[in-house]
Design a protein. Structure first.
Length: 171
């Protein structure tokens, strides 16, 4: 019987406490709001800029084919094994990776792709990279151009590094 009265008392207290809620402050009831909204003009808002990584001190590379690639079918995907050597004295960290682009007979870029390193590559170190390549959708003679890039900073070939250039027939 005592348990029953205790249960009734707890239930009554719960129901009573649910009905005694304090009104929440908001604009509708004009109570104080700890966060004040201040109108701001559009030209006063600063855009957040992406922080660019520090430019590498050296852009040196040596890229060689492990297996010779001469022909591919239209739209074909293949894996091209490459040996990439960091011939600089600085470590390639996050954001430094190999990329490729297809150049057609009019010197136009007709496709690109990237590969990524699993770990940083120290100066003087060589790594084997399995680069996934997708052939252009139109048959013809192309150059597969492979180099390194430091994202948001520079392409190694634009900084004087010698890229790997492979003539490939797409059939």
């Amino acid at each position: 019987m005592a348990k029953f009265f205790l249960l009734v008392i707890v239930s009554v207290m719960f129901v009573y406490s649910c009905g005694k809620r304090e009104p929440q402050p908001n604009a509708a009831n004009n109570t104080s709001n700890p966060i004040q909204q201040v109108p701001v003009k559009k030209d006063e808002i600063k855009k957040t800029e992406k922080i660019k990584p520090e430019k590498l001190a050296e852009f040196k590379q040596e890229i060689t084919e492990v297996v010779s690639l001469k022909k591919m079918s239209v739209g074909e995907e293949t894996v091209l094994p490459l040996t990439i050597k960091n011939t600089s004295s600085v470590t390639w960290g996050k954001g430094v990776h190999p990329f490729y682009r297809w150049i057609d007979s009019q010197q136009k870029n007709v496709g690109t792709g990237n590969a990524y390193f699993a770990n940083p590559v120290a100066g003087g170190e060589s790594v084997l990279v399995q680069m996934k390549i997708k052939a252009p959708d139109i048959p013809g003679k192309y150059t597969l151009f492979i180099s390194m890039v430091q994202e948001d900073v520079a392409f190694f070939d634009k900084q004087g590094a010698i890229p790997l250039e492979i003539p490939v027939t797409i059939q």
